[in-house]
Design a protein around this ligand. Sequence first.
Ligand code: COA
Length: 263
Amino acid sequence: MTTQVMYQMIVTKTESEIFYITINRETKLNALNIQTLSDIKNAVLSIYNDTNVRGVIITGAGPKAFAAGADIEEFSQFDVEKGTRLSSEGHAVLKAIEHCPKPVIAAVNGFALGGGNELAMACHFRIAAENAKFGQPEVSLGITPGYAGTQRLAQLIGKGRALELLMTGESINAAEALRLGLVNHVVPADQLISKCEEILNKIKTKSPLAISSVIRCVNAFYEKKVDGNDVEINEFGNFFGSEDFKEGTQAFLNKRPAHFKGN
Ligand code: COA
């Protein structure tokens, strides 16, 4: 049974094994204040071990914004100590998303600027509505991105392209984001969530064990202290002791669909 938790800045629901997180600050273009970040982290962590959840969609309330960045009003008076703490916590929240053992898709329904783009980039991949806009405008505010934007943007689109976007602070539209590989698909706004659901429904037919392993292996490539190849060898070997592997191979050999249990 899924327990419904009430959050202050987000709305969550679970339907057909998909956990939906909607940032609910439409009048502030879903700007990510500290409470919103904390809510997102708690919501994501709450489904890590929930076998009723097979995937996550993160989106923003309203037609205009996914998230227009960190809350500028909130942090405008911060000192060095508070600023460092904010960045550290932002990193921790986005790491919780990146390391989620279930696929997390950002459904980008409008502005994804600054922290909003960083949030989208921490998700396993991104689907954009045609009206989506992406950018890291922090240099216009006299600051750098603080939630790993300098790291993940370079990983996703390459160093030179990332540096141009980071230094000009310019926004790009969804078509350009697709061309750069920042998003996987661009769809009309009214098909955004259904496109994410369509992909998650495909993933749902696969082994949950294998899906979480894929996430760990790919993430390992970007971890400085581990060798992703070693992680993959270890993960691969462990499957030979799993029920999902037995089921998947037997289903193939017996020409029937597989029914995975995630063990
Ligand atoms: N932090 C705090 N409040 C924000 C915000 C942010 N990052 N982005 C938007 N808002 C608020 C605005 O202050 C405004 O609030 P108000 O109605 O109480 O005055 C409301 O959201 C609507 O924004 P507004 O600027 O009026 O909308 P717009 O359509 O004219 O412009 C943007 C949209 C996204 C271009 C503009 O809001 C913007 O540039 N936001 C900041 C983006 C940014 O620099 N992000 C990085 C932060 S590190």
